[in-house]
Design a protein around this ligand. Sequence first.
Ligand SMILES: Cc1cc2nc3c(=O)[nH]c(=O)nc-3n(C[C@H](O)[C@H](O)[C@H](O)COP(=O)(O)OP(=O)(O)OC[C@H]3O[C@@H](n4cnc5c(N)ncnc54)[C@H](O)[C@@H]3O)c2cc1C
Length: 224
Amino acid sequence: MSDASSELEITARTQIRRKPDRGHYDLATIRAILDEAFLCHVSVDLGSGPVIIPMAFGRVDDDIYLHGAAGNALLRAIARGSDLCVAVTLTDGLVLARSAFHHSMNYRSVVVFGTGVQVDDVDEKRRAVDAIVDHVIAGRSADARPPTDAELRATLVVRIAISEASAKVRTGGPIDDDDDLALPIWGGHIPLRMVADAPIADPDVPPGVAVPPYAIDYRRVSSV
Ligand SMILES: Cc1cc2nc3c(=O)[nH]c(=O)nc-3n(C[C@H](O)[C@H](O)[C@H](O)COP(=O)(O)OP(=O)(O)OC[C@H]3O[C@@H](n4cnc5c(N)ncnc54)[C@H](O)[C@@H]3O)c2cc1C
């Protein structure tokens, strides 16, 4: 695993042209965004035009793992070596400018380019599946029944190196035109965060089985 302060090389694909001052290429920023988000959107050309599929994911060091059914078309294309793009987005706020034109959002996002490889090694596959479960809810893989060999065979896992990637971060309030500042229109920003409601036990949970702490107080680990 590279040092967190390492900067990824900027490529023709990852060069941020629009608002480059919001760009980041250090692994610490990229990892923190990936770890706080639990969803990614994966894009692969399946031959019939662009497709983007939302998925869960896990991170181990500087690899992303995706998993799904053995017949999953997108994962099978990745396993065959198709070029791919993964996007991860955290929405941190709504930015209300005086003008409609300057409305915006505060966000932290990551875009990863590359190719993936199919994971066949059983130990790595188990680590990857655990990482995906724990990425969604930290600590859960230690409590859950592990996958059987048959369940693992029915699961396609791919690994994608985080080697060609960019992060983009917007913070703060609106950036209005000077002429608009005196208008009698409220401007500012509304911070957003993800909040979980109280867990609801399945009716078949045997008596005496307590709600685990990670479910009682579910929250994403935030880097801001
Ligand atoms: C929640 C959210 C909402 C947004 N809403 C809009 C919107 O409505 N309209 C709009 O124009 N833009 C929006 N953006 C910004 C958008 O993601 C792009 O950054 C912007 O549109 C510039 O696009 P471009 O193709 O000109 O980028 P370029 O700067 O030309 O992109 C070149 C490369 O920069 C990197 N890059 C670009 N954007 C991002 C990013 N967001 N995160 C990580 N890497 C990136 C990628 O590697 C990309 O290949 C939004 C972003 C977020 C996260």
